[in-house]
Design a protein around this ligand. Structure first.
Ligand SMILES: Cc1cc2nc3c(=O)[nH]c(=O)nc-3n(C[C@H](O)[C@H](O)[C@H](O)COP(=O)(O)OP(=O)(O)OC[C@H]3O[C@@H](n4cnc5c(N)ncnc54)[C@H](O)[C@@H]3O)c2cc1C
Length: 400
């Protein structure tokens, strides 16, 4: 995926109405290519893999990599494919419109791992890992969450104890996207073993080979939504990690994860936007074709107002996401990304709920689109920072 620079007079209309966005040639090309892949290839992949998340995730990496999707957040000199964050976010939205699980897998690999290595890796680490991540020969996973640790990442208790020329890792991780599939793991572990962890520099990030001795994984979780993504446990039992595999400075792990989470929140926001757009599309189609009391549902005010609310909320979320993407190098990036994610995930849940309602009884059946969208949408309010944690963060920023 590559293209030329901005073309000032190209406007893309979203939703068949008047939201005009000035996308450049490359962004439009990515949008079209990913949409084509999502619409034509993903349903076949899902069918071929049955209900097996590991099989789907593996096949997705294999088929999307040649299109450049595994290198969307890697610079071209390391084999990457995309020059800016907006093109990447557009790609995630297009994937999510058809299969949110696919968008989650591609997003986690790119934002949580490729962006982390690009931002915090030294030249040797970038040259060693980025090309294989970009080509899809290797998939990445970021392992932060643990059985007792989620929102409060400074509570991570997996340990990395100095031994010889490196560290030895012990502990377990839970709910890791790509577990059992990813060959490269970024593992957050405690390197300071003092009681006081308030300084925020008690943890470090390690690049760990998933095939290293002492690393193992559990079975994929049976998820509420995003059911086709492999998300599961990882175990570290006396794993040797040489000092050269620390990503960024020793003690800089929490800062690195927080920084990477800004982009991850925008990625999740874009996935939520895709889910919301898909919900509106299916609700509008159904409301136009289904008749009750001798009229299409669309002609009942109670139904049409729902569709209007969906359109307005989706446009608002899209503008917040694109605005945040423009702030990528700005000190307000974290705040803009948190606002966009909170807005988009709430919008996705509202839109999916309205889609279920408009489909009525069929909306409750797994065979029709609204039920899956409803389950997928809920997940976006949890991953990348829960809605409560984001509200606290946004409120905290206003106090400064
Ligand atoms: C599909 C999926 C994929 C995931 N992928 C990854 C991954 O790749 N890597 C990874 O490391 N993790 C991953 N996770 C884990 C995810 O990051 C956590 O689930 C999330 O951060 C929330 O943590 P928790 O589940 O432990 O909830 P908790 O932190 O225990 O929170 C439980 C509830 O308490 C609320 N709460 C917590 N603290 C506060 C507070 N200060 N103020 C108000 N309310 C609060 C929360 O909002 C929530 O409602 C994934 C999860 C899912 C579901």
């Amino acid at each position: 995926m590559s293209g030329s620079g901005a073309s000032a007079d190209v406007y893309v209309k979203y939703g068949g109405h008047g939201l005009r966005l000035n996308l450049d040639d490359e962004q439009i090309m990515i949008k079209d290519a990913v949409r084509d892949f999502a619409v034509n290839e993903l349903p076949l992949l899902l069918e071929g893999c049955g209900e097996d998340p590991l099989a789907f995730s593996r096949t997705l990496v294999k088929t999307s990599a040649p299109l450049g999707m595994m290198g969307l957040r890697i610079a071209p000199e390391y084999g990457g494919t995309c020059k800016d964050i907006l093109g990447y976010l557009i790609a995630l939205e297009e994937l999510a419109r058809v299969c949110p699980s696919a968008a989650l897998l591609v997003g986690a690999h790119n934002s949580l791992v490729c962006s982390a290595i690009s931002a915090f890796g030294n030249e040797r680490q970038k040259e060693r890992h980025l090309p294989s991540l970009a080509s899809g020969k290797n998939m990445g996973a970021l392992a932060v969450s643990e059985p007792d640790v989620g929102s409060d990442i400074e509570g991570v208790s997996t340990t990395a104890v100095r031994e010889g020329g490196g560290f030895v890792l012990n502990g377990s991780k839970r709910l890791i996207t790509g577990a059992g599939l990813a060959g490269l793991l970024l593992v957050l572990a405690r390197t300071s073993h003092e009681n006081d962890t308030s300084s925020g520099n008690a943890h470090s990030l390690f690049i760990v080979d998933a095939c290293a001795e002492g690393v193992s994984s559990g079975l994929p979780e049976k998820l509420l939504g995003m059911r086709y993504a492999a998300v599961g446990e990882l175990f570290f039992d006396g794993v040797q990690a040489p000092s050269e595999d620390v990503l960024g400075p020793v003690g800089g792990g929490v800062n690195a994860v927080r920084s990477v989470f800004n982009e991850w929140r925008l990625a999740v926001a874009s996935i939520a936007l895709g889910i919301g757009e898909a919900a509106l599309e299916t609700a509008l189609e159904y409301a136009s074709s289904r008749e009750q009391f001798g009229r299409p549902l669309l002609e009942f005010q109670g139904v049409s107002f729902k569709l209007a609310d969906m359109r307005i909320a989706l446009d608002s979320a899209r503008l917040m996401i694109y605005n945040a993407a423009l702030a990528e190098d700005d000190s307000e990036y974290g705040l803009a990304a948190a606002i966009a994610k909170l807005s988009a995930s709430g919008t996705a849940v509202m839109c999916a709920s309205h889609a279920v309602q408009i489909w009525g009884g069929c909306g409750c059946c797994e065979d029709f689109p609204p039920a899956g969208l409803y389950r997928d949408a809920k997940v976006t309010e949890i991953i990348g920072g829960t809605s409560e944690v984001l509200r606290s963060f946004i409120a905290g920023c206003m106090k400064k």
